[in-house]
Design a protein around this ligand. Structure first.
Ligand code: ADP
Ligand code: MG
Length: 445
C-alpha cells in the first residue's frame, strides 16, 4: 500500500477519542510507511538494474552501429578505390546527360579537372552527340545493351587522341534508371597498330608481286649482262666503245641491287647489311644530290645539324632511298618557292613509350640514346584524310605519282627498328621525324 493509499484509508480522528487509538494508528502509519519505503527501495533497485541493462544494450547497439558504419565506409572506400584505380575512364551522368562524376583515369585521359567537368553536358565536352541531345526515358532505352562508339578528341593542350565510348544505364536497387555510365578508353595506340597491321598485310601482297616482277626482270637482265660481257671480250681493249659497255654493266648491277633490296625488305624477316653510318656525312651526301631536285623549283635547302652522337647501324643504300624519297616529296610539295630544312639532334629518352619501343637498345645505364632527324618543308601540307593514307602502297595525290615512295620508306624504317612520324596541316607545310637508336662509342670503334 502506498502512503497515499494509507492516508486515504485513515478514518477521520475525533477529538474526544481515546489516545491509545491515536498511538495505534500512528504505529500502523509507521509500519505502512516502512513497507512503502521497502517497496520503493526494491522498485528503485529494479529500476537500477533495468537502467544498467538498458545502458549495456545501448553500448552494444552503439558498437554495432559503429562497426556497421566502419563496414559501410570500408565498402564505400573499396568501391571508390576500384572506380579510381580502374584503367578505364568512367564518367557518370544523370538522366539529362549532365556529368556528375569522373574517375581519375577519365580526368587524365581528357586532361581535365573534375571541377571543369562536373555539371557540364557530356556532349558539350566532346563537341559531339555521344548521348541524345534531348535524353528521354524512351530514347535512353537503347543503352539497355552496352553501346559503343569511337570519336577523335582534341584535348585543351592540343594533343589529339582516339576514344572508344561504351555507354550503359545505371539502375537503382529498385530497378529505376538513375543515369548513365560512360566508359572511355584511349584507343590511339590500338588504331595505329591496326593500321600498321593492315599496311603489313598489303605489303606482303606487294612483296609477292615484287618477287614475281623481279624474277621476270632478272632473267632478261642476266642475258643483257652476259651479251655485254661477250661484246666486251670481242672489242679491242683500247676501243672507246669499252667505256660504253662498262656503263651498261654497271647500270645492270645497280638495277640488280635495287631489285635485291626490294625483295629483301618485303621479306618478313629482313637481312640487310648493317653498315656503320655517320649520319651527318650521310645526310650531306643525300642533300648534295637533292640540290638537283630543288633547283628548278626555287626551293632552298637548309641544314641544322645539332646531334653529337651521330652513328647508327643500317643499310646505307636502303637509307638513301628513305631520305631521297622524303626530300623528293618535300621538294614536290613546294609549288612556287619555299624551303626544306633538315635538322638533327640527340634525344636521351626516358619517355615510357620510347623506352618500350626501343627496349632492346637500352644501354647498361637504362638510358636510351636516339638521334632525331627532321625533314621540314614549307609546302602545301596535307589534310588529315591524306595524312592517314600516305604510307599505304599506291596511295598518291600526284598526277604522275606512284604512291610507292612512302610505303617503301616506312618499310625500310621499320626494318631498321626506327620510328617515323609525320605532322602536317594544309598550307602549313609538313614535317617528317625519324628516330634511330645511336651506336655507343664501343660499337663504332
Ligand atoms: P608519290 O610521291 O608517288 O605520290 P609517296 O608515297 O611518296 O607517293 O607519297 C604519297 C602521298 O603523300 C603524296 O602523293 C602526297 O599526297 C603525300 N605527301 C608525301 N609527302 C608529302 C609532303 N612533304 N607534303 C605534302 N604531301 C606529301
Ligand atoms: Mg614520293
Amino acid at each position: 500500500m502506498s502512503l497515499e493509499d494509507y492516508f486515504e484509508a485513515l478514518p477521520e480522528l475525533a477529538p474526544d477519542e481515546d489516545e491509545s487509538v491515536n498511538l495505534r494508528l500512528l504505529r500502523q502509519g509507521f509500519e505502512a510507511f516502512n513497507q512503502a519505503t521497502l517497496k520503493l527501495q526494491t522498485y528503485y533497485r529494479g529500476l537500477e538494474t533495468k537502467v544498467d541493462e538498458l545502458n549495456h544494450e545501448l553500448a552494444q547497439k552503439n558498437k554495432e552501429l559503429e562497426t556497421n558504419l566502419q563496414e559501410k565506409e570500408r565498402v564505400k572506400n573499396y568501391l571508390s578505390n576500384i572506380l579510381e584505380s580502374s584503367a578505364i575512364g568512367i564518367i557518370v551522368t544523370d538522366l539529362d546527360g549532365i556529368i556528375t562524376s569522373v574517375n581519375q583515369t577519365g580526368l587524365t585521359l581528357l586532361a581535365e579537372s573534375s571541377e571543369a567537368l562536373s555539371g557540364q553536358r557530356l556532349n558539350d565536352i566532346f563537341h559531339a552527340q555521344i548521348l541524345p541531345w534531348d535524353p528521354t526515358l524512351e530514347n535512353l532505352k537503347v543503352y539497355e545493351k552496352v553501346k559503343e562508339q569511337e570519336l577523335d578528341f582534341q584535348r585543351k593542350n592540343g594533343s589529339k587522341i582516339q576514344l572508344l565510348f561504351s555507354i550503359s544505364l545505371m539502375y537503382s536497387e529498385f530497378g529505376d534508371i538513375l543515369g548513365l555510365i560512360v566508359n572511355v578508353q584511349d584507343i590511339t595506340e590500338l588504331k595505329k597498330l591496326e593500321a600498321q597491321a593492315e599496311r603489313k598485310n598489303r605489303f606482303t601482297v606487294m612483296g609477292e608481286m615484287a618477287a614475281t616482277i623481279a624474277h621476270e626482270i632478272r632473267n632478261p637482265l642476266g642475258s643483257i649482262e652476259l651479251f655485254a660481257s661477250l661484246l666486251k671480250k670481242d672489242l679491242p681493249a683500247d676501243s672507246s666503245k669499252q667505256a660504253l659497255l662498262s656503263h651498261i654493266t654497271s647500270a645492270i648491277h645497280s638495277m640488280n641491287h635495287i631489285i635485291s633490296n626490294i625483295l629483301e625488305y618485303t621479306k618478313p624477316h629482313l637481312a640487310f647489311t648493317k653498315d656503320i653510318i655517320e649520319i651527318h656525312q650521310f645526310l650531306y651526301d643525300v642533300l648534295d644530290v637533292s640540290q638537283y631536285l630543288a633547283k628548278p623549283n626555287h626551293v632552298q635547302i637548309c641544314e641544322k645539324f645539332e646531334a653529337i652522337e651521330t652513328y647508327v647501324a643500317g643499310d646505307k643504300e636502303l637509307l638513301k632511298q628513305v631520305f631521297f624519297n622524303l626530300m623528293n616529296n618535300a621538294v614536290q610539295a613546294i609549288l612556287e618557292s619555299g624551303s626544306v630544312t633538315v635538322s638533327t639532334r640527340n634525344i636521351h629518352a626516358n619517355n615510357e613509350k620510347l623506352l618500350r619501343r626501343f627496349r632492346e637498345f637500352l644501354g647498361p645505364a637504362e638510358s636510351l640514346h636516339l638521334i632525331e632527324i627532321r625533314i621540314q618543308d614549307t609546302g602545301l601540307g596535307m589534310s588529315p584524310e591524306v595524312k592517314k593514307k600516305i604510307f599505304d602502297p599506291f596511295f598518291t595525290t600526284k598526277e604522275r605519282g606512284t604512291g610507292l615512295g612512302l610505303a617503301i620508306v616506312h618499310n625500310i624504317v621499320e626494318a631498321h627498328n626506327a620510328l617515323i612520324d609525320v605532322e602536317s596541316e594544309v598550307d602549313q607545310g609538313t614535317q617528317f621525324t625519324l628516330l634511330f637508336p645511336v651506336l655507343s662509342e664501343n660499337d663504332v670503334t
